[in-house]
Write a protein that binds this ligand. Structure first.
Ligand SMILES: [Zn+2]
Length: 442
């Protein structure tokens, strides 16, 4: 899509954002959500200049051109904190658990990324999937092949989205064609970092698939890459499934728990995001919080693969930042609103539940992802000076959602109805730094 540079545009719609962590308030506290029923978002040179009631902004900036989106909502662009690009075409496999699903469904498709043409086509489909659901930033597992991962970066650069990604490195227990030597992993990762990290909106994340598929030499390579490049990120998986955790005890007999494996190689810290953590110990939660490692919570995937119910309350109580991730293709699609809904549903059934409301879900789908990625100074909410990354959501005319939104008593209730009912058909336009990265053509 051709980027359009905007100058002093004033977007008029119902505007919501969560600049302050809503978990610091009681559920239902009006302070937990900043909202303007008839709001104005003033964007100049790709940055948020002001966010307030429409008439207030309009009176102060009469020169700005109004874009009238009344009847719709402007939300910060969604931030997907965990998703796999090579798995876009295998969404929806049912009835399996993690290790079985990897063998039978995920890894055969990941092996197909050896075909660079197939990988390039997959990358375009994947990015379209993100943008069309309102996701503007994502932390993405690349492929096990450097060329395929390069195709993702190239397509991401063209898409205008903020993509943090990296070559997935593994040297055991997957399929032989997905294994590389630690030396090769180091060389390929370093070349990709030099080529793509910091190019436009692209950033690099060192990506050991999980401790199960990485020898200690491979973890050392990851440690070395993190030391050589002080501003790249790290992503991996942790404590997803009980059989996986049992295997890890066998593979790393010296480790007191799963996190201890990553800690030995310096891979936990405030540059790291770890996906799942469905079965953490109390000590692991304390240690994650103390070093500022964020967790990507993927409720659709956890339910679909039968991994377990995420102990969100224990994470929140320990002070671990929890962002939402779709975990496509273990997850069920790219919709971050749907992911929020599933987080809500799972917590209703959790043995140790935490109450989730629309502000908390919005935070987990936006600002928490920015915090997890160290991007909170730039994206995640509508504070002045931040990048104008936002999604325009509008219920289709005549839809049930439109009826529910019109009947809603107050903005928080309308926002809850979006989490409940809005899918890609309600995403009308998506902007990153003011540039249109998706439009449904209305
Ligand atoms: Zn994953």
């Amino acid at each position: 899509m051709t980027p359009v540079r905007t100058q002093a545009e004033l977007f008029r719609a119902t505007i919501v954002h969560t600049p302050v962590n809503p978990f610091s308030f009681e559920t239902g506290d009006p302070q937990s959500l900043i909202c303007f029923e008839d709001g104005g978002l003033l964007v100049r040179d790709g940055r948020i200049f002001r966010c307030d009631n429409y008439t207030t902004v309009q009176d102060a900036h009469p020169d700005a051109v109004t874009v009238d989106w009344r009847g719709g909502f402007i939300l910060p662009g969604f931030i997907d904190a965990h998703v796999h690009f090579p798995q876009v075409r295998i969404i929806g496999a049912m009835g399996r658990t993690l290790l079985d699903w990897l063998d039978a469904v995920a890894l055969p498709e990941e092996a197909r990324m050896a075909d660079t043409g197939y990988a390039a086509e997959t990358a375009r489909l994947f990015l379209r999937g993100l943008a069309s659901h309102g996701t503007t930033t994502a932390l993405v597992f690349g492929a096990h092949f450097a060329d395929a991962t390069a195709e993702l970066f190239e397509a991401a650069h063209a898409s205008g989205l903020r993509i943090v990604s990296g070559l997935v490195v593994s040297d055991r227990l997957l399929r032989p064609e997905l294994h590389v030597t630690p030396e090769r992993a180091h060389q390929d990762s370093r070349q990709l970092i030099e080529r793509y990290h910091g190019r436009g909106r692209l950033r690099y994340a060192v990506t050991p698939r999980f401790a199960y598929s990485t020898s200690e030499s491979m973890l050392e390579v990851c440690q070395q890459l993190m030391a050589e490049h002080s501003d790249v990120r790290l992503q991996t998986h942790i404590n997803e499934n009980l059989s996986e955790i049992a295997e890890l005890r066998r593979l790393f007999p010296w480790a007191s728990d799963y996190l201890a494996i990553y800690e030995r190689y310096g891979l936990s810290g405030n540059r790291s995001v770890m996906a799942h953590n469905v079965h953490p110990t109390a000590s692991e939660l304390t240690r994650l919080a103390s070093v500022g490692t964020a967790v990507a919570h993927c409720p659709c995937s956890n339910a679909s693969l039968g991994s377990g119910v995420f102990p969100l309350k224990r994470h929140v109580d320990a002070g671990v930042t929890c962002a939402l991730g779709t975990d496509v293709g273990g997850g069920m699609g790219f919709g971050m609103l749907k992911e929020g809904l599933h987080a809500y549903l799972m917590q209703r059934l959790a043995p140790d539940p935490i109450a989730l409301d629309a502000p908390r879900l919005l935070y987990m789908a936006t600002r928490a992802g920015a915090e997890a990625l160290g991007m909170e100074a730039d994206v995640g909410d509508f504070r002045p000076g931040k990048a104008a990354d936002f999604v325009y959501v509008r219920p289709p005319e005549g839809s049930v959602l439109e009826g529910v939104v019109r009947r809603a008593e107050g903005v928080p209730q309308a926002l809850a109805s979006l989490f409940t009912l809005a899918g890609a058909e309600s995403v009308r336009e998506v902007r990153v730094e003011g540039d249109i990265v998706f439009s449904n053509g209305d």
